[in-house]
Design a protein around this ligand. Structure first.
Ligand SMILES: C[S@@+](CC[C@H](N)C(=O)[O-])C[C@H]1O[C@@H](n2cnc3c(N)ncnc32)[C@H](O)[C@@H]1O
Ligand code: SF4
Length: 378
């Protein structure tokens, strides 16, 4: 039997150069944005949370100043005019619970773009008969896969669902049975890959570090693109002590988040293990990109991040807000021209956080984190 090649999610199947070129031309290849803040879970480390948000132990509520549906539509139209091909929906809550979700996906389709939706997978949307309606839509998913062990997974997410992991696993099964993991061969940046419409968001913590190789194998065997990564340095997982306290988080939970942090040298060791497994068991060469044996970062160069409150930011890992999005005021172009952050296809924000926390980054790891940033400056 043929060994599985690296998987690439549809919508993320652009070359590194395309992102860098879009950045240099002042264009966008990707819009990173949100639907509503509503979520039936309440993960202690949810990176979009900010002090003062309406978050309880059971759920996240709709925000007071969320963009209207009309504004979201105008944002999509403006993004399209700026060259966007892919819209990543990365929050703010659980996208498939937003009442306008299907209309937004229809609009993305009408504009000829691809949606890539980050989801926890435990909603009615993923019931077979509902999901089947999306088979022919331009939509891919990244599912939360922090553990394959149901008890452990349930412990990570907190909130109002007792049987979260079981529902998520049923969603994965439905995606598989409906053919969302079937793909075609494609070459990107000189690497042979297989397309898919399913990725896995794999957050690496001390408490699941030893399980990551098995989660990776699960991904390879099912043509799921692994996004193996450490904490996003924002919200409750911005650990440089500037973030303030988070309502709804106990002192113990805050301590647990800190204790669970994986440092750059530990991540570099994990990367080596994953590369070895991929070579020995699946015949794939080391890729040397920020998400081990997954892909480079596609949410910085050639991309902008607009939250559900309309805040315009460089990416999910940065804190500077350029203003509130207003349709047809050229704000997106202006932000690109005035951007203060370094961008790239690695991860500059993680370098900056490591510096603040006094962590050393092994040189090979730093090189990966800095990938593309020099090219973007020229
Ligand atoms: C804010 S969530 C919204 C989507 C959906 N509710 C979910 O959790 O999958 C967006 C993505 O960020 C991931 N995530 C949440 N908090 C994180 C953190 N502190 N660091 C890194 N990734 C995080 C989630 O697993 C998910 O893949
Ligand atoms: S499921 Fe997603 S949006 Fe909901 S709390 Fe967890 S990370 Fe945040």
């Amino acid at each position: 039997m043929e060994k599985p090649k690296p998987s690439i999610v549809e919508g993320w199947n652009h070359s590194m150069q395309e992102y860098i070129t879009a950045h240099k031309k002042g264009e966008l290849l990707k819009l990173v944005t949100h639907t509503s803040n509503v979520c039936n879970l309440s993960c202690p480390g949810c990176f979009v949370n900010r002090p003062g948000d309406d978050v309880s132990e059971k759920r996240k509520a709709r925000g007071k100043d969320e963009m209207s549906f009309e504004t979201q539509i105008q944002l999509l139209e403006e993004a399209k005019r700026m060259g966007v091909k892919t819209v990543d929906i990365v929050g703010a809550g659980e996208p498939t619970l937003d009442p306008h979700f299907s209309d937004l996906i229809d609009k993305i389709e009408e504009l000829g773009m691809q949606a890539v939706v980050f989801t926890h997978g435990a909603t009615r949307f993923f019931q077979r008969e509902n999901l089947a309606k999306y088979k022919d839509k331009p939509i891919s998913f990244f599912i939360k896969l922090w553990s394959l062990n149901p008890e452990k997974m349930n412990h990570y997410v907190r909130g109002s669902l007792q049987n979260y992991a079981q529902l998520r696993d049923e969603a994965i099964e439905n995606l598989r049975e409906l053919g969302f993991m079937d793909g075609e061969n494609i070459e990107i940046d000189g690497i042979q890959k297989t397309t898919t419409r399913v990725g896995a968001d794999i957050l690496v913590m001390q408490s699941n570090l030893e399980e990551i190789p098995d989660i990776f194998r699960f991904c390879r065997r099912n043509n799921i693109m692994p996004e193996i990564k450490t904490y996003i340095p924002q919200g409750p997982t911005k650990l440089d002590h500037e973030s303030g306290t988070f309502e709804g988080l106990s002192e113990e939970e805050q301590k647990q988040l800190v204790a669970d942090k994986v440092k750059p040298d530990e991540f570099a060791q994990l990367r080596k293990r994953i590369e070895t497994i991929d070579k020995e068991e699946f015949g794939n060469n080391p890729m040397g990109v920020i998400y081990p044996q997954g892909g480079f970062c596609t949410q910085s160069a050639g991309a902008l991040y607009i939250t559900i409150n309309g805040d315009i930011l460089s990416c999910v890992g940065t804190g500077h807000i350029y203003g509130k999005y207003e349709p047809n005021t050229d704000m997106l172009s202006k932000t690109i021209r005035e951007r203060i952050e370094q961008v790239g296809v690695g991860c500059i924000p993680r370098i900056e956080e490591a510096k603040k926390l006094g962590y050393t980054i092994p040189p090979e790891e730093k090189e990966i984190m800095e990938m593309g940033s020099k090219d973007c400056e020229q």
